[in-house]
Design a protein around this ligand. Sequence first.
Ligand code: ARG
Length: 459
Amino acid sequence: MKTWGGRFTGPIDAAFERFNSSFGVDQRLILEDIEGSLAYANALAKAGILSQPELQQIVKGLGEIKKRVEKEPEWLASQKAEDVHSFVEAQLVQIAGDAGFKLHTGRSRNDQVALDTRLYLKRAIIRVQVEIGNLSRELLNLAKAHRDVAIPGYTHLRKAQPVLFAHYLLAYFEMFQRDYDRLNDCFRRTDAMPLGSGALAGNGFPVDREALRIELGFGQLTRNSLDAVSDRDYQVDFIAAAALAMVHLSRLAEDLIVYSSPEFGLIELSDAVTTGSSIMPQKKNPDSLELIRGKAARVIGNLGSILSLLKGLPLAYNKDLQEDKELLFDSLDTLLDCLLVAQAVIRTMTVNRSVASGAVQADFLNATDLADYLVRKGLAFRKAHELVGKIVLHCEKQGVQLRELSLAEYQQFSALFGGDVFDALSLENSLAARSVFGGTAATRVAEALEAAERSLSRG
Ligand code: ARG
């Protein structure tokens, strides 16, 4: 039975009926829908709309529906309904009879769906934050187990300067920390209780919205009924935060794909997160990471979709808004999946210490240190840069590294060079020199690891 049949005489077109139904997507809100309905039944009873026996019948009926959903998760898949709200109402009427017909007094599916999605999203945000925390933990464990490993840092994907591997990993730790904080903001804006807004103008019965807020565990009330039923900004906030987290995951994935390639060989991915080729027996492909990179595109697309969905809508509710949930759920599911797979990748990967140590010794990663050496001897940096450029060119022609030139050769370039130049060229010096706050010196990285540990244990 339709919840709105009275005004209609003709039957609904079959294609439109399928098209109009959101039950396949919004059935995952059923527990929130029941939770909201229980609170609303209490509010109606307090307002004198439901008698105590009617309230009891409704509470019992909703309780039975909830139990069935929990015991028989496959039940909903076989059911047909316009949406989850009309499904719950129809089930309730079957169990509770006439009392069930009173539950929708003063309420609209418009404030109901806003409530359900907010309740659902608040919990989902916490689940995502837990998984961001778990991924951050894996990054931190890997960093701590490789405190002494240096890798080439890259700009333009060309070797630039050595950095500690832990410093590299902590860069991603920072990104995920920001994602976590962004979700806190998103939670705060999601945490507003819309029930009582009715279809658009507010509830016509004296329901106590403040009591509903407290019963449903919200931090604040929505303040304007028109806004409350048509606001999906909290979903935009979430999808935007999810899209940016996916961008971070995708950048990590891209790095690890490159670093694990035979051409780089800095790390090796475990069999657990790689696949083979159906034709080339030697291949071990980083599909886990490629899929993370690929799935970032979906969530970025979802952000564009939800913004486009909202941009032309007149106030207040329009059925276009039903399209929000697929975008929201897909963003959530994709992000959670990617966070779990990224954890597995980080947990199981190995670092090729010998490749890393060879890679940081080659290709003039200490050229900046040589220029800095000359600066300490009194030469202006721009001149030092020019001179070291010439020395690098000379080495390239000779096929040697900077540390392989003799002091006499150095002195042909400048009388400023002394015997201490070779210390300046060492990897240890190069790292230790970058001891500013935020730099890659071992002392700073040790502090950063401790700070990261503290922030994770704060939760
Ligand atoms: N299924 C609808 C949605 O997700 C619920 C609200 C329907 N309201 C209405 N007036 N048709 O948006």
